[in-house]
Design a protein around this ligand. Sequence first.
Ligand code: SF4
Ligand code: SF4
Length: 68
Amino acid sequence: MVTIDEQYCKGCFLCLHYCPKKVIGKSKKINGKGYTLPYIANPDACTMCRTCELICPELAVTVEGGAS
Ligand code: SF4
Ligand code: SF4
């Protein structure tokens, strides 16, 4: 399961661009800092590769479960 901590996200969308399975999309939601937030658009496609977790400069993405 992939979760995004909306409080720490700065809307850079590196997670979206680096996800090989296009799991992450752009939402219409904006956090308290004024950044547009990503969301888990396609959770079933996730392979738990953790690329999104590793690429996020704000450590806002957590991948739990699956192989690690
Ligand atoms: S990489 Fe991190 S900071 Fe950037 S949009 Fe994704 S969750 Fe937000
Ligand atoms: S763990 Fe991998 S497949 Fe799943 S959302 Fe993150 S980058 Fe995409």
